[in-house]
Design a binder for this molecule. Sequence first.
Ligand SMILES: [Zn+2]
Length: 312
Amino acid sequence: MFRLSPVVAALLAGLLVATAAPAAPAAAPLPVTEVAPGVFVHAGAVAQTSPGNRGDIANIGFVVGESAVAVIDSGGSVAVAESALAAIRQVTDLPVRYLINTHMHPDHVFGNQVFAGIGATIIGHRRLPAALSARADFYRQSMREQLGAELAGAVTITLPDETVEREQRIDLGGRTLLLRAWETAHTDNDLTVLDEATGTLFAGDLLFMQHVPVLDGSIKGWLAQLPELAALDAERVVPGHGPPSAPWPQALEAQTAYLEALAADLRAAIAAGVPIAEAVDGAAAGQAGNWRLFEAYNPRNATAAFAELEWE
Ligand SMILES: [Zn+2]
C-alpha cells in the first residue's frame, strides 16, 4: 500500500486547503427590507435558536450614510453575521464603521467577531461588557446545546470597544444615529438607536412583537420606562423580534398590555397569598392567544417577575 510520509502528507494537505479556500462558497446574503431610505432590516425567525435556523432569530439592521455604515446587532452565530455582511455588500461598498449591540443576548451578539474582523468599532451600553462577561460561560454552554457544537464552537464572545453612558451620537456622513442607554428593563444593558434622518428607532428587545416579550431584567423598570420610550420622536420602529418595522408608538401597545397583565396578575396573587407555582401558572394567562412562544417564555417571565414583585 502506498503511504505518504507525514511531511509530504502535511504539505499536500496544506496545498489542498490553500487551493480549496478561494472556491469555498461565499455566505448567502440574508434577505433584507429597506424600511426607510438607507435603512435596511433583516427580520429573524420568530422561533427559538436551533441548528436549522443558525440562531437567525433576532432582527438585524444596517444604516447607510454618505461615508460609512452602522450595523445594529450581529445575529446569533458567525454564519448569520457573515450572511448579514453579504447582504450589506449587495447594497454598498462603504466601510462598516460601527456595530451597535442593543444588549447582551446571544441572538444579538454572537456574530460580533465578524464585524470586529473587518474593523468595525463595537458599541454597547455601559453595563454590556460586565453583563456579557458574567454570562459568557453560561452562553457558551447553552448555545452549544441550542446551536450545536459546530456553530457554537465558532463563536468567540466579543465585547464592545466603546460604551454609552447615557446618550451618544455617531456620524455616518450626512446622517447621525442617536444611541441611548436605558435603565434596567428587558436586561440591565438595553440600548436603542434612533436614525434621526428618517425617524427610524431600533428598539432592540425593549420591544417584542409577535414573539412573547422575554424578561431578563426588571418588569417594574420596563413598565416605568415605557412612557419615555413611547415619547421618542420616531415614525417607525424596528423591534428586536417580529416584523422588520411597525408604526411608532402604536407598536408598543401589545407588549404594554402583556407586561401590565403579568404584573397585575402576580400582584393579585401575591396579595392573596397564592404560592409561587400556582401564581406562575395563572399569570398573564389571558394573553396566551396573543403571542408566539408563550409556553416557552411566560412561565420564566412570571417566575422572575414574582420574585421581583414579592418584595415591593
Ligand atoms: Zn433579548
